[in-house]
Design a protein around this ligand. Structure first.
Ligand SMILES: [Zn+2]
Ligand SMILES: [Zn+2]
Length: 393
């Protein structure tokens, strides 16, 4: 892990230098037209960012086409050693999602708007068909059906260590896939997104995009290590490393989700880790359907990790668990789906509040949010606390 931090720090410093140079250029652009561009492209400023100032900006349609291209791209199976072509797999089974779809089979999702350079509004709501929601080209047909058949059973699945590990594995693979794809898209548009922008904005956009790419690179590296580790457990049929907290909830729920994160606090607000440290503890959170029952499931595989144990334990003692789960999901999970009718009836103030929480895990304080009354009328899970099942290793 030591090595990875070295490259990260080094590249961050290089980026700071480029941005600083860009800011100097932006104050007096004409003075630098014959110099090398500040962005590190090895082109002259006049042939690179300076030239782009008067070009037509990228349109929404341009962005849509780039996304479409990446959606259609083929990928090979993520399972180590397999080189078969991937099929579209679900990170959340469509049979689970079917409990929140509307009559035309649509749900809402809140994808990160990759091209929006303003850090204040990075998310937007998008209507998605159930068969394109949460799918990713992660596994070949054989691995997709062989690995996940036990958790895809129509009548429900059994709460076992093995099934929890598989759910955890799938959330890791989805995250890895989504990050790799987003990184490729950002790298592709990094050059063109400055078109039609003034010199100062060009530097800001460059800084935001490069920062996002760097963060993704780091995450991809960590997730790949984690994926290999889980595959080893799967191959050895060793499922003993799994810790979980299974929380049944009252139907009907309005949200389904699956994601993996590094929680900074427990649900009691106790500090666990800060994102700058190495060797972060990963926690997967899945909201789904098990037969007739809807549930929230927290899974970790960090054996003897005191942080994971603390996280699980605090789930049992915190007040208003259902409310906090919803906040946690909004803060951490992009792979989240919301029933359309339940979103549409929210007031604009409520929607703004949700947007302000989405993806806010870096600076947020779960207790701070929970104190507020905003969530009333938006969404809160009624948890069946007496039926919670927990296993901690
Ligand atoms: Zn340039
Ligand atoms: Zn395969």
């Amino acid at each position: 892990m030591e090595e990875s931090t070295d490259w990260y720090d080094e590249v961050t410093k290089e980026l700071d230098d480029l941005v600083h140079k860009g800011q100097v250029y932006a104050q007096n652009p004409v003075n630098f037209i014959h110099a090398d561009c500040w962005c590190g492209s090895n082109k002259k400023y006049k042939d690179c960012h300076y030239k782009q100032i008067d070009m037509a900006p990228m349109t929404k349609e341009d962005c849509r086409l780039i996304f479409k291209k990446y959606r259609r791209k083929s990928y090979s199976c993520l399972f180590n050693g397999c080189s078969e072509k991937s099929i579209k797999s679900h990170s959340i089974p469509s049979s689970w999602l079917s409990s929140i779809i509307d009559s035309d089979n649509f749900v809402y999702n809140f994808p990160l708007n990759l091209f929006n350079s303003s850090p204040e509004e990075p998310f937007e709501v998008e209507k998605l068909g159930v068969f394109e929601s949460s799918t990713f080209k992660g596994f070949c047909l054989e691995h997709d059906s062989k690995l996940f058949e036990k958790i895809e059973k129509e009548g429900g699945w059994e709460l076992t260590d093995e099934n929890c590990l598989l759910l955890y594995y799938r959330s890791v693979c989805y995250e890895l896939f989504a990050k790799c794809r987003a990184m490729s898209i950002l790298e592709e548009v990094r050059g063109d997104i400055s078109m039609g922008k003034d010199p100062v904005s060009q530097v800001c956009i460059f800084e935001v995009l490069c920062g996002r790419i760097l963060g993704m690179k780091k995450a991809v590296e960590d997730l790949s290590v984690l994926k290999d580790k889980i595959e080893q457990y799967i191959k050895e049929k060793d499922f003993s490393v799994v810790s979980y907290t299974y929380i049944p909830i009252e139907s009907p729920i309005n949200i389904m989700a699956s994601g993996i994160h590094h929680p900074e606090q427990t649900f009691e607000g106790r500090d666990l880790q800060n994102l700058a440290e190495d060797n972060l503890m990963n926690m997967s959170c899945i909201v789904g359907q098990n037969g007739e029952e809807e549930f929230v499931l927290f899974i970790s595989i960090d054996e003897n990790d005191e942080r994971a144990a603390r996280f699980h334990k605090d789930l049992l003692t915190c007040d208003n668990l259902g409310n906090r789960i919803v906040i946690y999901l909004l803060e951490t999970t992009e792979n989240l789906f919301w029933r359309i009718s339940d979103w549409d009836h929210l007031t604009n103030t409520q929607k703004d509040k949700v947007y302000s929480i989405l993806g806010g895990s870096v600076n947020s304080d779960i207790l701070e949010y929970s104190k507020e009354d905003f969530i009333t009328g938006i969404e809160s899970f009624a948890t069946k606390d007496s039926k919670i099942q927990q296993k901690i290793v």
